[in-house]
Design a protein around this ligand. Sequence first.
Ligand code: SAM
Length: 195
Amino acid sequence: MTHHLEDTQQHDMDPYPWASKRHKAERHEVFADWLVAKVPSDVLDRGVLDVAGGQGALSYYLTKKHNVRCAIVETKFRRGGKSTKFLTNVKRYSNLTDEALDQCGIVVAMHPDEATEMSIDAANAKFFAVVPCCVFHCLFPDRRMPAGSEKVGQEVVSYNDFMEYLMLSKGDSSGRPVSLSYLNVQGRNRVLHNF
Ligand SMILES: C[S@@+](CC[C@H](N)C(=O)[O-])C[C@H]1O[C@@H](n2cnc3c(N)ncnc32)[C@H](O)[C@@H]1O
């Protein structure tokens, strides 16, 4: 496994010192707590669509700890994990369809791999909060750094490129900019959101 230098360094604007951060295995609970603290309650009341939800750990904390209704989009549902047996009432979709989007007021995604940009684009005029992880440069060779970047026109290769690309290019049609926040957790902890 490749460890990128930027993973092991504290990002300039990250307010949480490394020593105080929770272990990355706790990222789902940290993100669930963050969402409940930051997202307007009327938006949460319309439901959360957890894209690339894996074994459902984020939805587990949202439903069981915070009583927020969730649906999950995941291409490879796997059994196992403590979440699976608690999520019998959570709708599951294998694709990010309009029907899945109708279930929610906000699209969220934690480390969604190649579904990162897709989940932001699908949110469109809805709210989103996404914690990017991997870039998958080889799958998206046509991505270019947008206007406003010092690297305008260059390929989107690194994690930092990808974050800048998303921040500069994903403001929605209603003019809401993309904001950056940090989770108090180790590993890739930057949240991009439009509220
Ligand atoms: C790194 S895992 C993260 C899983 C979970 N969100 C977590 O943080 O534990 C990435 C997940 O994205 C899922 N995924 C990748 N492409 C997807 C797509 N187009 N639609 C839905 N899920 C996708 C994969 O199957 C995998 O479970």
